[in-house]
Design a protein around this ligand. Structure first.
Ligand SMILES: [Zn+2]
Length: 126
């Protein structure tokens, strides 16, 4: 994902994307950043907003460990959380498999030379 999108997400959702270390610096446990295309940015933004709101409402600790594309769908791995949050993640992962990973428009999962990817018709490789 583009660095400016990643930075914006960390600014908006510091409670679930990072923590403050002993020196008072913001650190993240997110392994390798957001490993997916910009088309899923809005979806991830909405998911993070929902998870952070739930974490704040319940006082629960939630830390995001990994966010990536796998088999054409979003995978969002966290530490902590509850069934409510697991349900939000399930929905976001399902929505990602219907959303072009490049542009965010409606898309379909496709098998392109053995790889499963989710793309709109414009961004489907020929
Ligand atoms: Zn597209």
């Amino acid at each position: 994902m583009s660095p400016e999108f990643e930075m914006a997400l960390h600014k908006k959702y510091p409670k679930i994307l990072g923590y403050i270390n002993e020196e008072g610096n913001y650190k993240t446990r997110l392994w390798g950043g957001f490993q997916c295309g910009d088309g899923w940015h809005q979806l991830i933004d909405t998911l993070c907003a929902s998870i952070q709101a739930r974490a704040e409402a319940t006082g629960m600790e939630v830390q995001t460990n990994q966010v990536k594309e796998k088999f054409g769908a979003l995978r969002f791995y966290i530490q902590g959380g509850d069934d409510h949050i697991s349900g939000m993640i399930d929905l976001a992962e399902e929505l990602s498999s219907r959303t072009c990973e490049i542009c965010g428009k409606p898309g379909q999962k496709k098998n392109v030379q053995g790889w499963l990817i989710t793309r709109c018709h414009v961004h489907t490789p020929r």
